[in-house]
Design a protein around this ligand. Structure first.
Ligand code: SF4
Ligand code: SF3
Length: 553
C-alpha cells in the first residue's frame, strides 16, 4: 500500500505517504491496493470507451460506472475490500462490453479494430490475493524511477482531480443530469493517463484543462440541485435537538436525503442533517418536509463522539466516514459509493431498515434550548441582494470579502481558519462553503446594513455558486475577479478540493491561500511553479496573512 492522496497523509517520514498496514484514515492495505487496481481498470475501460465514442457508439452505462467506481476510491468513502473485489469484476465486464461495441462498430465501418495494450488488456485474477499481486505494479508511484517525481506528481494531480470530478458528476448524474461531452472528457482524461504521459508541460496544461472540465461538472451539479430541489433560500436551521425519534443523515447526496424524507413522512421520526448535509435545509423542496428538523453535530472528524451520542440510526450518503465505534456500529448505514466492512449497506433507496432502527431507538427524550444558524446564501440569495452589497462596498461599509472554503479535518493547523474568521474586521464579509465552516459557523458575526457578515454558500458541491457570486460582483464593479476586494482561503482534505482548486486556477484566479499542508504529491518544483504562475501560497500566520490581504485591497 502507498497512498498520499489526501491532506491527512502520514508526514512522519522523509517522503510523505501512508504505507504499512493501515493509512491515517483507517484504510487498510488490501483496500488501498484494490483501489489502485480499480483505477487501473477504469483507465482500461476509458481506452475503449474513447474509441467507441469516436465511432458513435458511446456506452453511457459504462460512463456512469466510471463515475461510481472512481467515487468509491475518494478519501473516506469506501473501506470495504469485498465491495472492491466486486467492482473489479464488474469493471472487467464493463470493459469487455465496451470493447465489443467498439470492435463491432469498427468492423461495421470496414475498419480493423485496434487491439489495445496497457490497462485495457488487464484481466482480473480469480481471488483477492491474486488481485493484490496485480495491484503491486499499479500503484500511484509506478514509473517513479523512470520518469521522476515531477511527472509522477503531475499524473497524480490528474488522477486526484479526476476523482473529484467523478464525485461531482456522480452527484449530478443520480439526479438525472448527464452530459455526453462530460462523459467524453472524463474518459479522454483516463485514457490519457493509461498512456503513461511524460511531458511535464503537456501534463501541466492538461491539468488546467481538468479544471475547466470540473467547471462544467459543478455547473451541471448546480443545475441538478437547483433544478430538482429549487434555489437555496436563506434559512434558519435549528442546531439543537427536538424531542422525538431521530435519524441522522451525513454526506453530500441530496437525493438520498430526499428519498429518506419521503419515506419517513408521517412516521413521527425527525430527520437531522450532519456535516456537509447542512445546506439541504435551504432547498425549498427539502425544507418543505416539516420533519427535517435541524442539524446535529459538526464536521466529519468528530463523528465517532457525535454518532455515539446520537439516539437513533445514522445514514452516510458519501464521504466522510470513519471507523464506526462498536457503540453505534449496529445503527449506522451506508448508501451509494460508501462502505465499511460489517456496516449495513442500502443499495436500492429502500430505507425501511433505517426506519425500523429509528423506531427501536429512544430518540431525543427532551427538547434542547432553541438555537439556530442561518444557511442558504447560494448564488440566487446573494445575487438577489447584490445591489445592496455593491452599494455597501462603494460606501465603504464593506471593505473586503473573504471566502473561507473547503474541507475540515483532524490534522493540526486547522484552527487557522477559525482564528482568521474571528480576526476579520467588522467591515468584512465571510463567504463559506464545504465543511471547514464548522470551525466557526456558530459564532454570531453580526450584520452590515442588514447583510449578514457570514454567508454560507453551501456544500463544497456548491463551489459553482461561489464562482458565480464572484463573477457577478466583478461584473458589477466592471473589473476582473482578481481585482475584487476578495481573498480566497481554502482548506483541503480530499480530492474534490483538488478539482476545485484546478478550476479556480484555470479561471485565472490568483493569490489563493491553501492549507493547512500542501498536497504531498506536489513536488517542490511543481509547488514553485504554481506559486510563480498563480501566486498560490500555503497559509501562514493569521495576522500576517490578514494584513497582506487587506493591504492588497
Ligand atoms: Fe492516507 Fe489519506 Fe490515503 Fe487515507 S486517503 S491512506 S489518510 S493519504
Ligand atoms: Fe468535508 Fe469530507 Fe471535503 Fe465536502 S465532508 S468538504 S472533507
Amino acid at each position: 500500500m502507498f497512498c498520499y492522496q489526501c491532506e491527512q497523509t502520514d508526514r512522519s517520514g522523509a517522503n510523505p505517504g501512508c504505507g504499512g498496514p493501515v493509512g491515517n484514515c483507517g484504510k487498510n492495505a488490501i483496500t488501498s491496493d484494490l483501489q489502485d487496481l480499480l483505477l487501473h481498470a477504469v483507465k482500461g475501460i476509458a481506452q475503449y470507451a474513447t474509441r467507441a465514442r469516436s465511432l458513435g457508439v458511446p456506452d453511457d452505462e459504462a460512463s456512469e460506472f466510471i463515475l461510481y467506481a472512481v467515487f468509491t476510491t475518494l478519501t473516506n468513502v469506501n473501506f470495504n475490500p469485498t465491495r472492491f473485489a466486486g467492482l473489479l469484476r464488474e469493471a472487467a465486464a464493463v470493459r469487455d462490453r465496451v470493447r465489443a461495441r467498439y470492435e463491432e462498430a469498427a468492423r461495421a465501418r470496414g475498419l480493423e479494430p485496434e487491439t489495445l495494450g496497457g490497462p485495457a488488456a488487464w484481466s482480473p485474477e480469480a481471488d483477492q490475493d491474486g488481485l493484490r499481486r496485480q495491484a503491486g505494479t499499479k500503484g500511484v508511484l509506478a514509473g517513479l524511477d523512470i520518469v521522476g517525481a515531477d511527472v509522477v506528481g503531475l499524473r497524480n494531480l490528474h488522477l486526484y482531480a479526476l476523482k473529484g470530478i467523478c464525485a461531482y458528476a456522480y452527484h449530478a448524474c443520480v439526479l438525472g443530469h448527464r452530459r455526453p461531452e462530460i462523459f467524453a472528457e472524463i474518459e479522454k482524461a483516463f485514457a490519457y493517463l493509461a498512456e503513461d504521459p511524460k511531458d511535464v508541460e503537456e501534463l501541466f496544461e492538461r491539468a488546467l484543462g481538468l479544471g475547466r472540465l470540473n467547471l462544467s461538472v459543478i455547473e451541471l451539479l448546480d443545475a441538478a440541485n437547483t433544478g430538482t430541489f429549487g434555489a437555496q433560500q436563506p434559512t434558519a436551521v435549528r442546531v439543537t435537538p427536538v424531542k422525538g425519534k431521530a435519524i441522522l443523515v451525513s454526506g453530500h447526496d441530496l437525493r438520498d436525503l430526499a428519498a429518506l424524507l419521503e419515506q419517513t413522512a408521517g412516521t413521527g421520526i425527525n430527520v437531522y442533517t450532519h456535516g456537509e448535509m447542512l445546506p439541504a435545509h435551504a432547498y425549498p423542496k427539502l425544507k418543505a418536509y416539516p420533519h427535517l428538523v435541524g442539524n446535529y453535530g459538526g464536521a466529519w472528524h468528530d463523528q465517532q463522539r457525535e454518532f455515539a451520542a446520537f439516539p437513533g440510526p445514522i445514514l452516510m450518503t458519501s464521504n466522510c466516514i470513519i471507523e464506526p465505534h462498536a457503540s453505534y456500529r449496529r445503527r449506522i448505514f451506508t448508501a451509494g459509493p460508501v462502505g465499511w466492512p460489517g456496516v449495513r449497506h442500502i443499495a436500492d433507496h429502500d430505507f425501511t431498515p433505517l426506519i425500523q432502527a429509528a423506531k427501536a431507538t429512544p430518540g431525543f427524550t427532551e427538547d434542547g434550548p432553541e438555537e439556530y444558524i442561518t444557511v442558504g446564501f447560494a448564488r440566487d440569495s446573494v445575487l438577489a441582494v447584490s445591489d445592496r452589497v455593491v452599494e455597501a462596498v462603494k460606501q465603504g461599509a464593506i471593505r473586503h470579502f473573504f471566502l473561507i472554503g473547503g474541507c475540515d479535518g483532524p490534522t493540526p493547523g486547522r484552527d487557522y481558519y477559525r482564528e482568521l474568521a474571528l480576526a476579520l474586521p467588522q467591515d468584512t464579509v465571510i463567504l463559506t462553503l464545504g465543511c471547514a465552516k464548522y470551525r466557526f459557523n456558530r459564532h454570531d458575526f453580526g450584520e452590515i446594513g442588514g447583510i449578514p457578515r457570514l454567508l454560507d454558500v453551501g456544500q463544497c458541491n456548491d463551489s459553482h455558486s461561489a464562482i458565480k457570486i464572484a463573477a457577478a460582483l466583478a461584473d458589477a464593479f466592471g473589473c476582473g475577479i482578481n481585482d475584487l476586494p476578495l481573498t480566497l482561503t481554502l482548506a483541503w482534505t480530499e480530492q474534490k478540493a483538488i478539482a476545485v482548486l484546478l478550476t479556480l486556477l484555470a479561471l485565472g484566479v490568483k493569490d489563493i491561500r491553501v492549507g493547512p499542508q500542501p498536497p504531498a504529491f506536489l513536488t517542490p518544483a511543481l509547488a514553485e511553479r504554481l506559486a510563480e504562475r498563480f501566486g498560490l501560497r500555503i497559509i501562514g500566520d493569521v495576522q500576517a496573512d490578514l494584513a497582506s490581504a487587506l493591504e492588497r485591497a
